[in-house]
Design a protein around this ligand. Sequence first.
Ligand code: MG
Length: 160
Amino acid sequence: MMFRIGQGFDLHRTVSGRPLRLGGVTIPTDNWGLDGHSDADALLHAITDAFLGALALGDIGQMFPDNDPRSLNADSRELLKAALARPEFQGWTLCNLDCTVFAEAPKLAPHKTAIRESLAGLLSCPMERISVKAKTNEKQDAIGAGKAIAAAAIILLEKN
Ligand code: MG
């Protein structure tokens, strides 16, 4: 049995007039979301980087450069799927994913189950292997001022 661990982190600035996407779920807001070349789903970007990192395959920016018109406004679920479709992932199984979203607003507690369901579907694994946590930044720094949202993810892969 072989194991590989991977971690990822991402941060996007908040901006008005875009939907807030986290973990592939649209979170209701007062008409604001995250700025970025793709749909700016910081949680999915952190998770994608965790998978790429586990197998030392670089990072999401290498796979999908932010000047690539193919990823303009891209659904980050498709970016994650494209990363996991790489042949290097054949034979590897996700043991578990643990992630944290850092956001002063909105409150994510009511959305955690929907995010876990979304991630379990994307990763084709039981929800029990997916943990989603949320924290504020105690009103400190850009995240605490509501100017950005960040996400961190860690995964464990196993191969027989
Ligand atoms: Mg990103």
